[in-house]
Design a binder for this molecule. Sequence first.
Ligand SMILES: [Fe+2]
Length: 256
Amino acid sequence: MQIFGQHFNRNWLIPLVNRPIDKITGNYCGKNYTAKFIITNYAAHIDAHFADIVRGNLLGFCTQSEVPFNFIHFGVVIEFIDAIELTLHDDELMLDEGLRELIAAVGAVIIKNAYMTDKLRKLGHRNRFPHLNFHVDRTANQPTHYSMYARDPFDEEQQHPRKSSTLFIPNIVGHLQGIRDGLVDPLKDKGVRATYRLFENDPVNELIDDLIIEHRWDEPHGVGEISMLDNTTLLHSSYYRNVSEKGYKIGVRYLA
Ligand SMILES: [Fe+2]
């Protein structure tokens, strides 16, 4: 099988960048897929949502708050038409190089209708994150600072769609929302925190695909799904759409 990163890498992003609102189609290892950015021109969304704090100078605000922000478009979703088995990291837990390039460029990568090989599916652990508790799993000091989440389509529990989702935001949005929610002092607090309870007074549903990326894990029965991020640039949390239904634990592994 072809190495994932020989196809999906920074060069693969070029046609998407050239026409960012379009969905592209492609073929990898004989399987057709579509791909698109999740939120295009993301800085404009931050400027609009936090206009009272950023005041039209997001770059200056990032420098002053010591929270870097580099994404032009936020998140990419790759959806295979027919199910595909993928090798996304090696036995030493090194993430595919092409995926590291995609994550560096767009922050979060979601792959639908895909699952990892038998051997790789058995790795990692299972977890369910607290509702709207945005956090990092790993720090920049740990070599394995990427998190990969997976729904195993062959697993008794995970073959079913999940009742709760995973939310992704860039560090700067965590910082800005922390200011709005009164958790962060814009004059004194620098850098991003490892955990915040955010958006508790906001209509989160309305912010999805505007400010927040949601991985709903709601593909049909028997469909595999995978997502990943770099804990040094993004925060994530669970989102219980129905607070009484927390959903099953999702597969988690940390990669270098
Ligand atoms: Fe987590």
